[in-house]
Design a protein around this ligand. Structure first.
Ligand SMILES: [Ca+2]
Ligand SMILES: [Ca+2]
Length: 93
């Protein structure tokens, strides 16, 4: 049995030693929608930077939260400062 290193967040590390999920980030449309709705706490159909930060926290994101949020906001294709579902989906692909 392989020695499974445990990431700070409590999950198993990927083969490369990264903290990505073993599933390889493949999510179904329904899972994406559920996650989007979960993060979009005010339910306006867009994820703003505050919701994003809270979402990362509740997902158990480790490391630099600000850095994670900054990376995620690169998915903001139309630069309106929020992620709509399409942008969010691009992010997780
Ligand atoms: Ca929102
Ligand atoms: Ca946007």
């Amino acid at each position: 049995m392989l020695t499974e290193r445990i990431c700070q967040g409590g999950g198993p590390c990927g083969p490369s030693g990264s903290c990505e999920r073993e599933r390889g980030n493949v999510m179904t449309e329904a899972e994406l929608r559920a996650l989007f709705d979960e993060i979009d706490t005010d339910g306006d159909g867009r994820i703003n930077i505050v919701e994003l930060a809270e979402g990362f926290k509740s997902e158990g994101a480790q490391g630099h939260l600000a850095e994670e949020v900054r990376k995620a906001m690169e998915a903001d294709a139309n630069h309106d400062g929020v992620l709509d579902f399409e942008e969010f989906r691009t992010l997780l692909k």
